[in-house]
Each structure stands twice: as structure tokens, then as C-alpha cells.
Write a protein that binds this ligand. Structure first.
Ligand code: EPZ
Length: 428
């Protein structure tokens, strides 16, 4: 398996183009199951996760074509008919978001058998809210041998669904079923993430009737059928935020192009609080730090518009070199501090008590071999490696490949000494 080797210490200078958002792209791909007409997604990221979902969709009956269009990468998805409504354990286990084909499959074909995803490195991650919402829409659900067997032979019916807490996945999943239900569905306490707004905008382009995008109450009037459409994937605020933190970590001046600074509000404010200069434009943002040491700042992760849990590991890496102590509280996932012990291998001083990490800034980090168990933790280690003295080798690069497109190229174009080592990984 590949590794990434970084020799730290070079400031980042230049510009980094931001790709389409992984966490929108994979939901939009699932939405293509809702129509027998082609859905054309532009600004598509080319990632292990999108390739993976394409493989599943092909088994369900979708023709998936990747095109290098005049404005960048596109994917055309066309499902003339659902040829199978089965998603196996092997497929769902490898990428949890595959579970979200369940709703579209029931909505379009009246039945489905989809594996339960199980837990993962960052927490238990149950799908109870997804299943309750689908039941509220009239699906009959049985759980047997690790599979969800769902039936709605006469179609789904609109319902009022109030989530006890905010869930991105459950909100999207409910939307992807309710758009083809009979009558009105109201979702209360809906998630407001930009990726959800993006999915709603795409569904509206396909002919869905949805009001309230970006608020916590969504009204959906079911329609009989959806059409094809062309839709640009929203820029990846987590990728952009990651490179913003990388530039803050190494110092230098980096412009992130093709992004939406208004989707990065919580992160950009924290960077400013820490002493980073942030210059926002309509579709780009410039991040600058010239030499001065950053101040430690506290943060709490929360659903959007709060500070994204998907940027917590990266920001923690930044705080390892700040002056003072930073208290970082993770409220979204119960086990999202797996990067702490790896950062400690680089010399970071961090203690964890329950959902809270205390990061005491140190003067220097020193390169070491490290590995992480999830995507965002891995990129947090890359960021630390960019500022550490000497060489850091990040193992289990497949995590990074799931969600970061051309990571080494984007960073080395700005002056980072980073390269991929092909081949065998050390025994874990
Ligand atoms: C999405 O996960 C993202 N994944 C995550 O990004 C992201 O960290 C998360 O939202 C929060 O922003 C994708 O979009 C593919 P949730 P999701 O449902 O939908 C609990 C990455 O690195 N919960 O908002 O799974 C759950 O366990 C990934 O790109 C239930 O208890 O997140 C968690 O504690 C990692 N029951 C909390 O809610 C349910 O039925 C929020 O999870 C559903 C969720």
C-alpha cells in the first residue's frame, strides 16, 4: 500500500484549486437512481469514494460515464431501470454512504435489500434515524442477518418527521425518499450543511418540489416522477478548509480558488482569532501568515454552521505549534481523537478527557512515521508533517485517497516537499 513522505519546513506559497465536494458528490450520485433520465454532474471530484459508489450503482443498473468536459471532470449517470435493488455487506462496509441508496431504491422500485453499515473508526454511527424516517414514510422494514429488507409496494407517503438531533445522513436520506412520496413531507430539525443544500438544488433541477433549503425545516411535495438534469457539485469546503489550515501551519501565502468562503465561516473566524490573515473574495480566499507564532484558540465542533467535525483533526494539528493551550471539544462523534496519539509521535503535547482534548502548544514538531484510521485524521497528520522538522511518513494513504483529489500535486505546486512512496506498507 502507498505511503506519503513529507519533509517539513517549507512555507506554502501559490494557489490551490478546490475540487467538488466528496460529501455532496456521493449523495448526488445516489440521487441519480430516482430518475430514468440521465443526470449530468459537473465539477465532479475523482476520488476513491466516487469510484466506489459508481461500482455499486452499476450493479443496480446505472450506466456511469466519466467525461473530461470543457469545464473539468463530469460524470453522467443514467438508470433506465433498476436491475437489482440489493447492496451487499461487502459494498456498504467499504463505504458507509452506500447505505443511502436504500431510500432511492424503495422510492423508485418499491423494495430493497441493503446491508447495515456497522460502526467505523470514528464512532458507532447507527442508522436508526434513517430507518425511522423511512418507516414514517410508509416503508415496511425488517432487519435480518445484518440486512435491511424494505418494502413499499404501493409507494411511499409523505409524513412529518422530527429528528431528535441533527443528522446529515438521515436528512439527506429522507429527502431522497420523500421527493417521490405521495403528498407532503415535513422534516423538522433538518441538517443545514451546504452539501444538503446542494442535493436539494439538484433535486429541484430534476423536478422535485422542496422548500426551506439551508434552514432546519424542509417542506417536500412529492412528485410522480423526476427528470434528468445538469448540476455542478458544490466546492468542497472541507478540502478548502484543510488547505487553509495547512497554509496557516507552514506560513506563507496561499489562495484557494473555486471555493465558497461563505461556507467556511466558522473555520475562517477561528483562523483569524489565532492570528492568521484571511482575505475573502466571492469564489476564492487568501490565507497568509508570515513568521509570527499563532495564538491557541478553543473550539467546539457542531453541525453546520458550527465548526465542522471534519476539520477538527486538521485544526488540532495547527494548535500543536500555537502559543498557549487550546481546548478542543468534539460533540458530533464519540471517538474522533484517533489522531492524538499519532500527533504525539511527532512531539505534540495533547491530553484527552472524554470528548475534550487539551493541546499545549510546543515549539517544534519532529518528523516520524505515523498512520491514522480515517480520512480527516490522516490529512491532519499530513498538515503536522508539513511543519515538522525532518521526514514524516504517513501510512495507510488509502484513507486520503478516499477524499482528497491530487493531494501531493496540489501541495507540492505550492512548495511542499511531499511525495508518494509506492508499494508495501510496513506490517501494522
Ligand atoms: C456525514 O456523516 C459526513 N459523511 C461525515 O464526513 C461528517 O463528519 C458528518 O456528516 C458530520 O458532518 C458523509 O457525508 C458521507 P451524521 P453522517 O448523521 O451523515 C449520529 C468524512 O470524513 N447518528 O450527521 O454519517 C452519528 O453517529 C465523513 O467525510 C445516529 O445516532 O453524520 C453521529 O454521532 C466522516 N443515528 C451524529 O449522529 C443516525 O441514524 C451525526 O452524524 C444517524 C446519525
Amino acid at each position: 500500500m502507498d505511503r506519503i513522505a513529507i519533509v517539513g519546513g517549507a512555507p506554502l506559497n501559490g494557489s490551490i484549486p478546490i475540487s467538488g465536494a466528496k460529501n455532496s458528490a456521493i449523495k448526488l450520485m445516489a440521487a441519480s437512481l430516482l430518475t430514468d433520465q440521465p443526470l449530468r454532474l459537473t465539477n465532479m471530484p475523482r476520488l476513491a469514494d466516487t469510484r466506489f459508489l459508481a461500482r455499486l450503482l452499476r450493479r443496480l443498473g446505472t450506466e456511469v460515464t466519466e467525461i473530461d468536459g470543457p469545464e473539468g471532470p463530469e460524470t453522467l449517470l443514467h438508470t433506465p431501470e433498476i436491475v437489482s435493488a440489493f447492496a451487499s455487506y461487502d459494498l456498504v462496509r467499504q463505504m458507509r454512504a452506500s447505505f443511502n441508496v436504500l431510500g432511492p431504491l424503495i422510492a423508485r422500485s418499491g423494495h430493497a435489500k441493503v446491508s447495515l453499515p456497522g460502526g467505523c473508526a470514528i464512532g458507532g454511527r447507527p442508522v436508526d434515524l434513517h430507518l425511522k424516517a423511512l418507516e414514517a414514510l410508509g416503508a415496511h422494514i425488517d432487519l435480518n442477518e445484518g440486512y435491511v429488507y424494505a418494502q413499499a409496494p404501493r409507494g411511499l407517503t409523505g409524513a412529518k418527521i422530527e429528528f431528535p438531533f441533527v443528522s446529515v445522513g438521515a436528512t439527506e436520506h429522507t429527502l431522497l425518499a420523500a421527493v417521490l412520496a405521495q403528498g407532503e413531507t415535513v422534516i423538522l430539525n433538518a441538517a443545514r450543511e451546504p452539501e444538503i443544500v446542494d442535493v436539494i438544488e439538484c433535486l429541484i433541477r430534476m423536478g422535485a418540489k422542496i422548500e426551506g433549503a439551508g434552514t432546519s425545516t424542509l417542506h417536500i411535495q412529492g412528485v410522480d416522477r423526476l427528470d434528468g438534469a445538469t448540476h455542478p457539485v458544490v466546492p468542497d469546503r472541507i478540502e478548502a478548509g484543510t488547505y487553509a489550515v495547512a497554509a496557516a501551519m507552514t506560513g506563507g501565502k496561499v489562495t484557494l480558488t473555486g471555493c465558497r468562503p461563505e461556507h467556511m465561516g466558522a473555520l475562517l473566524s477561528k483562523l483569524e482569532e489565532a492570528g492568521v490573515t484571511v482575505r475573502r473574495a466571492e469564489a476564492s480566499v487568501e490565507i497568509e501568515r508570515q513568521g509570527e507564532r499563532l495564538r491557541a484558540v478553543d473550539l467546539v465542533t457542531d453541525p453546520y454552521p458550527g465548526f465542522a467535525t471534519d476539520l477538527q483533526a486538521q485544526f488540532m494539528a495547527l494548535m500543536t505549534l500555537a502559543s498557549g493551550e487550546s481546548v478542543i471539544r468534539e460533540t458530533v462523534f464519540e471517538n474522533r481523537f484517533m489522531h492524538v496519539s499519532e500527533l504525539a509521535r511527532l512531539g505534540a503535547d495533547i491530553s484527552v478527557h472524554g470528548g475534550e482534548a487539551r493541546v499545549k502548544g510546543v515549539e517544534t514538531l519532529r518528523g516520524a512515521p505515523v498512520m491514522a484510521t480515517d480520512l480527516r485524521a490522516s490529512v491532519g497528520l499530513v498538515i503536522a508533517g508539513l511543519a515538522a522538522r525532518g521526514e514524516t511518513v504517513v501510512h495507510r494513504v488509502y484513507h486520503l485517497d478516499r477524499g482528497f483529489e491530487r493531494l501531493e500535486e496540489k501541495l507540492s505546486n505550492c512548495g511542499a516537499d511531499i511525495r508518494r512512496l509506492k508499494g508495501e506498507e510496513d506490517a501494522a
